[in-house]
Design a protein around this ligand. Structure first.
Ligand SMILES: [Mg+2]
Length: 268
């Protein structure tokens, strides 16, 4: 009974002092929002089927390109995280902890090289490579993670898993200059990624509405030159929702996410 009264008084204080409520909302609370998105990617056979569907489409596109005449050898450019490797276990590790993504823990996760291949990724990449297509990995993992990243893509059996074909981030997250390096010697048949900036940097720093408008401009390219993998955990979208204010508090991020929801308003 005393305990019940105590909780009641505590709750009354919370209501009376919203600032205190906000302070008490931690990253552990915010990380609860990851539960369903991580479960979807780890457990749903729908996600698995979507990955197979995506890589099957990529194979069809490669077969089409191989029928055409090209002046340069063909290449496939893939992003790494949530495009060919799954980091869901890192996201799942955050759940229940008062932590957020950090360079330190992310680097540690990479050096462990425990990321698994997306369903269908190794089969597709090896197929393309067996047909003479080079695979380039353009990722915004930092250059300092090269050893762990190479170890991981080798471990899961991806082709061209060597220094020449792995273009990590050095000074900029803009992938355009790295795409240009590949284009000097290759014709890029398809780009694969889970974030819009894996295709063009036009999406960088844009609002959700702007991103949607740019996506509309490329209507004919999706499933053709640009092949997208689903990612419910993070992407250009979640940054845009919090206006890229990564330094905001957990309660501010929660408020911005909730404010962005499009909700049904019952008439009565
Ligand atoms: Mg990615």
């Amino acid at each position: 009974m005393l305990l019940a009264v105590g909780i009641f008084v505590f709750n009354q204080k919370q209501v009376a002092n919203p600032a205190r409520c906000a302070d008490q909302y931690t990253n552990a609370d915010l990380n609860e929002q990851l539960v369903m998105s991580v479960l979807w990617m780890e457990k749903s056979a729908e996600y698995r089927a979507l990955c197979y569907q995506t890589f099957n489409l990529a194979k069809l596109r490669i077969d089409e390109e191989l029928q055409k005449k090209h002046t340069k050898p063909l290449a496939v450019v893939v992003d790494v995280d949530e495009t060919v490797l799954s980091n869901s276990k890192y996201e799942a590790w955050l759940i229940g902890k008062d932590k957020q993504y950090s360079k330190d823990t992310w680097s540690q996760w990479i050096s462990d090289a425990e990321a698994t291949a997306l369903p269908g990724a190794a089969k597709f990449l090896n197929y393309a490579n067996s047909r003479g297509v080079s695979i380039f990995y353009i990722t915004n993992r930092h250059e300092s993670t090269r050893v762990g990243t190479l170890k991981n893509i080798q471990k899961v059996g991806f082709p061209n898993a060597n220094n020449e074909h792995l273009l990590l981030k050095t000074t900029t997250g803009n992938k355009t200059p790295r795409r240009e390096i590949v284009k000097k010697d290759y014709e890029i048949a398809i780009y694969m990624g889970d974030s819009l900036t894996d295709f063009t940097n036009e999406f960088a720093g844009k609002t959700i509405e702007e991103q949607k408008a740019i996506a509309d401009n490329y209507l004919q390219d999706w499933g053709d030159k640009f092949i997208v993998l689903p990612n419910s955990e993070y992407g250009n979208w979640d940054g845009a929702i919090i206006k890229n204010k990564w330094g905001a508090s957990a309660s501010e991020k929660d408020a911005m996410r909730k404010a962005a929801l499009e909700r049904w308003q019952p008439k009565n």
